[in-house]
Design a protein around this ligand. Structure first.
Ligand SMILES: Cc1cc2nc3c(=O)[nH]c(=O)nc-3n(C[C@H](O)[C@H](O)[C@H](O)COP(=O)(O)O)c2cc1C
Length: 140
């Protein structure tokens, strides 16, 4: 969605498949991850740590997908991304998320049904926040 809304020449990189993309080619980098059991993916954390100095020279965007809202979402965001990068970011925030049972494995379904007590798919994608994020990231 962000790629479409921002427009222009944008490459999508899956850090699980390509953990060390060449950042030299880019003036702008947007990093995104999602929260599972309180934490962002380790591929996202590692990427931020390993490329910190280079990321500090980019036009940077940072986002999270998660189901928590308000202060809890903010806390998850602050734990997901280092302070230096959060301060550098042109756009940052939690863009919502969804529990989609069709995409969950057995263990995930078990956790969501029995611990979170959600029994069917629910979407909390925050389209307004995504629009605002995209607007801030549009190349000036
Ligand atoms: C097993 C599991 C654990 C989750 N734990 C959290 C959590 O601790 N906090 C939260 O805000 N959202 C949590 N979520 C919600 C996800 O962040 C949300 O579903 C997000 O859209 C997942 O994006 P992804 O499918 O790209 O990983 C959890 C979802 C799953 C499936």
């Amino acid at each position: 969605m962000l790629k479409e809304k921002i427009g222009g020449d944008i490459d999508l990189v899956n850090l699980k498949l390509n953990p060390k993309p060449d950042l030299n080619a880019y003036a702008t980098v947007i990093i995104g991850g999602s929260i599972h059991a309180g934490s962002v993916q380790s591929a996202v954390k590692n990427f931020c740590q390993e490329h910190m100095s280079m990321l500090l020279q980019k036009q940077l965007g940072l986002y999270l997908c998660c189901m928590e809202e308000g202060d809890k979402a903010q806390k998850q965001f602050e734990e997901a991304y280092p302070k230096e990068l959060r301060q550098q970011a042109l756009a940052s925030g939690c863009l919502g998320g969804e529990f989609d049972f069709k995409r969950m494995n057995f263990m995930e379904k078990f956790v969501i049904k029995n611990f979170i007590k959600v029994k069917e798919s629910v979407s909390k994608i925050n389209h307004q926040t995504i629009d605002e994020f995209a607007e801030k990231m549009k190349i000036k």
